[in-house]
Design a binder for this molecule. Structure first.
Ligand SMILES: CC(C)(COP(=O)(O)OP(=O)(O)OC[C@H]1O[C@@H](n2cnc3c(N)ncnc32)[C@H](O)[C@@H]1OP(=O)(O)O)[C@@H](O)C(=O)NCCC(=O)NCCS
Length: 185
């Protein structure tokens, strides 16, 4: 079971959703160095070259692998099928087992690829990974009430709004209210 979980991937009409591997370093470096300046407060600006070295990438891979082994957190790159370009990431975070069987869904598409439906397509695959491969029962997404693009994605995936969680996440040194969207198997 452990090794199966390490190899999880899914293919959609246009994308491949899979964990990053060492051979992805150049692709990953390109992706983060060629971002446009952040387009909104949830977006990222290009990373500095010193954050994108092979050594940093190896540390990232080790952290991601350790988390998968612990069944605590699953991170996937979103790769375009036709040219292999890395266009974003989708994560199943903070897995709870026992009587909860929940994970938080997180998603990011790099800002040079917005508006092409990649987030929805990748998150649909992440739902399959969550419910079929990881046998979870429930997914939650905690979204800022102002993040309309993200709310659109959650709604398109069939998530329902459960309510406002007050002062839930510490973002940029301020405790922020978050809308909770959820979906059960
Ligand atoms: C939120 C975010 C993930 C959305 O990424 P995206 O790939 O542009 O999102 P979508 O998949 O919904 O695509 C956007 C639009 O493209 C449309 N689209 C264009 N071509 C499409 C295609 N071929 N297939 C499907 N949809 C297509 C979609 O219908 C959607 O339109 P809508 O917004 O009117 O519903 C992205 O803006 C992002 O990474 N933001 C910063 C990080 C962030 O906020 N993450 C979420 C934190 S909770």
């Amino acid at each position: 079971m452990k090794s199966l979980k390490l190899q999880i991937f899914r293919v959609t009409p246009r994308l491949i959703i899979r964990p990053l591997v060492l051979e992805d370093h150049e692709n990953w470096r390109q992706a983060y160095s060629s971002l446009r300046p952040a387009l909104n407060e949830w977006d990222e600006s290009p990373w500095d070259d010193k954050e994108l070295t092979l050594q940093k990438f190896k540390q990232l891979l080790k952290m991601q692998r350790d988390r998968r082994i612990k069944d605590s957190y699953y991170e996937f790159g979103i790769f375009r099928k036709d040219d292999g370009v890395l266009v974003g990431s989708v994560n199943l975070m903070d897995v709870s087992r026992g009587i909860f069987q929940n994970a938080y869904l997180g998603y990011r598409v790099f800002n040079n690829f917005w508006g092409q439906g990649y987030a929805q397509e990748a998150c649909k695959a992440a739902k399959t990974i969550a419910f079929k491969d990881l046998k979870l029962h429930r997914l939650e997404a905690a979204i800022s009430p102002e993040n309309k693009k993200s709310i659109q994605v959650a709604k398109a995936l069939g998530f329902h709004k459960e309510g406002l969680s007050r002062k839930r996440l510490l973002v940029n040194r301020k405790w922020r209210d978050m809308l909770i969207y959820a979906l059960t198997k």
